[in-house]
Design a protein around this ligand. Sequence first.
Ligand SMILES: [Zn+2]
Length: 499
Amino acid sequence: MVPKKRIAVLGLALESNSFAPVCTRADFESLTYAEGAAMLDLSYVNAQIGRDGKGFGAVMSAYTDWEVVPILFGAAGASGPCHHDFFAYVCAQIKTRLQAAGPLDGVYIIGHGAGITTELDDMDGPYFALVRDVVGPDVPVIVTLDLHANVSEQMVEATDILISFQTNPHLDMVARSADAARLMIEMFEGMKPVSSFIRLPLVTAQVSQLTGAGRPYGDLVLRGQAALDDTIACVSILSGFAFADSRHNGLSVIVTARENQHAADVTATRLAQEGWADRHRYAVDLVTIDEAVALAKMKQTPIILADVADNPGGGGRGNTTELLRALHSAKLTDIQIGIVYDPALVEDAWEAGEGHGFTARFTRDDPQEWSKPFTAQAKVVKLIDEPYTSTRGLSNGQKLYYGRSCLLEVGGISIAIISIRQQIFGADALEFFGLTPAQARCIVVKSRGHFRAGFMHMIAEENIFHVDVPGLATPNLHSVDWKGLPRPVFPLDAETRWP
Ligand SMILES: [Zn+2]
C-alpha cells in the first residue's frame, strides 16, 4: 500500500507584455486569484487537480490517497509586467503558507513562465526558487508551463521537471497536468530526473507558432515527443513570448532524462539543431486593412478577420478601432466584432438603456498609443451582467465573466463590448451576446490564435485571415522598439549565428 501523499499546489500565471500597462492585484482578482482553500473553487485549478478532473488529480488519485495542500493561485492572462509590490506580497504568502503546511511529499506548480515584474525580467524563476528553498532539495517540484514561456536558467535549476503545453491553441493543459502527476509518481518511486536546457536566439511572431504537422514549430514539438522512451522522460519545446522583451527570450528545448545526463544532453542538442535549421520557415502571413475589407465584401461564407496585434491574450488592450472604422466606412453589413474591451462605453450604453440610440465614443479614455477614439451613432441591442459557462475551445467548461457588458449595433456592425479585459475563445462568446455567428459575413476577433479552437466547427482554415493592424502584440516584430531581447536574435538580425 502506497502511503498517503501531501502535495502542495500553487502558481502565479502571467504572460507579460513589457509594453503594456502594469498588471496589478486588481487585474488578477478580476480574472483568477485565490489564497489557501479558496483556490480549490477556481475552475481553472479544479479542472487540473480536482478529483473528478482528468488531469493531475485523476492520475494521483489512481496511485494513492493524497491530500491537496492549497497554497495560492493567480492567473491574469496576458498583461503588462506584474507590479513588483504585489509579486513580493505573493512570494511572502507562498513562503508563509508553505512553511505552515507541514511535511510535504511534492509540489505541483501550475505556472505560465512568461512573467516579468516592474523590477525583474523573470517573475517565475524567483518564486520557483523560493518554493525550493522552503521545501528543500528532496521534495519533487514539478511545473507545467505555457509553451509561450521564456525559460530562465533559474526556472530550470530550482525545479525537478518543467513540462510545457504541446498544442497551440492550448488544448492539452489538462493532459500535461496528468503528465506532471505521472512523473511525480515516478519520483516517489525513486526516479531521479536530470535535465538539459538549450535556448536558441530565435524569437518569432506568435502567429507563426501554431502547432500541428507541416508547421515549423509543430514539427519540432512532434520530433520532441518522438524522442520519449525508457530513458527520456519528458521533452518540452517552448516557442516563447516575444513581448516580454527579456534576456530569457528565445525558443527553448528542455529534455528531462531518467538519471542519464548524457542522453538528455544529446537529445536536447539534436532537437535544438533541428529547430535552428528550420528557422526560416517561421513565416508571418498578413493581409492589409484594405485587403481585409475587400475580403469581407467578396466572401459569401463567414470569414474571420483576426485583429492579432490587439489580442488581450498577448497583452493587447482589446480596444483598437482601425478595423471597425474601415468596415464602418465601407458600409458593410452582417459584421460581428467581439469581444472589445471598453468599460467607459459599456457604462454609456447602460445609461442609454436597451433599445435606445446614443452617440458611442469608442476608446475615449485609454492613453495607449494604438487605442485611438472612434465615434458613431449606435443602438443598444442588449445589456448583460452575468457569467456564463463556455461550451467551446480553450475555455470549454469554464465559467467566464466579462463584467457589465453590452451588444451595440453601429450601421450593419454588431459589436460585443465587455469591461473585464480578455480575449475571445470561441463562437459561444458571440452567442452569449445573442448573435448567430454562422450568419455573419465576417467576424472580427480580438485574438491571435486561441480563437481557432472555438470556431473550427464553423469556419475553415482558408477563411481565417490575420490583419496587419498596429497594436501592442503586433506580428511585425521589426516595428517594435526592443530593449531587453538578447541580440543578435533571428529573424530581427538576419546574420544571427548559433551556436
Ligand atoms: Zn500561450
